[in-house]
Design a protein around this ligand. Structure first.
Ligand SMILES: Cc1cc2nc3c(=O)[nH]c(=O)nc-3n(C[C@H](O)[C@H](O)[C@H](O)COP(=O)(O)O)c2cc1C
Length: 191
């Protein structure tokens, strides 16, 4: 049985950014594991992510409104409020597109604008076809973000939903949660 290392997530305010990958369904398990460890979770979804799983699923799992809009959200400036609220940010699954936008400082929807405003640590979990993953533009963007202090958890090798076999599969939800705990543990030690 897969085990999750000791948790630091009790009471932590986590924003989960979900982007338009076939792996969106795995974000349900990420939320479930976070909730199990008593984290408070707010989900932000891109327009593309909503093509894969309805926001209602995440609203039900988290008990919180899912943020999908910049301009008709309940808060007048949702990206700033959320940026102040978050203790930790996970982007999973992360598309090549959001990585490119983050690396360039583009803020053209609620998730990318929030990511530009947030000061909390950010963990990106990419999922994409291996041809996208090995594209020089994507590799360059990852390098830029790592230099900026953004954490990554590598995509894994295996069967990809697009029909290919190779690297690009989202890291398992358990590994992602372990990594969040490791990063938070490291931050606590540094203080
Ligand atoms: C069925 C399908 C699956 C997709 N899966 C991925 C994926 O796993 N990773 C990725 O980077 N893009 C994937 N895309 C492309 C993205 O959805 C597209 O680049 C989109 O603009 C991303 O928008 P977002 O980053 O705002 O969510 C997929 C598209 C389709 C139609």
């Amino acid at each position: 049985m897969k085990s999750i290392a000791k948790t630091n997530l009790n009471g932590k305010k986590i924003v989960l950014g979900i982007t338009g990958s076939i792996a969106v369904y795995k974000a349900c398990e990420i939320v479930r594991l976070l909730m199990k460890q008593n984290a408070e979770v707010i989900v932000v979804m891109t327009k593309s992510a909503k093509e894969f799983v309805a926001p209602l699923t995440f609203k039900t799992l988290t008990g919180n409104t899912v943020i999908t809009e910049m301009f008709n959200a309940e808060a007048p400036v949702p990206h700033i409020k959320l940026g102040e609220w978050a203790d930790f940010v996970i982007v999973a699954p992360s598309t090549a597109n959001i990585v490119g936008k983050m690396a360039s400082g583009i803020a053209d929807d609620i998730l990318s604008t929030f990511l530009l405003s947030v000061k909390a640590p950010v963990l990106v979990a990419p999922a994409m076809n291996q041809n996208m993953l090995s594209n020089p533009a994507y590799i360059r963007n990852v390098k830029i973000l790592k230099q900026d202090g953004v954490c990554f958890i590598d995509a894994e090798e295996g069967y990809l939903a697009c029909g290919y076999e190779g690297v690009g599969r989202l890291a398992s939800p358990e590994k992602i949660i372990d990594e969040v705990n490791n990063i938070i543990r490291g931050l606590v030690k540094q203080k």
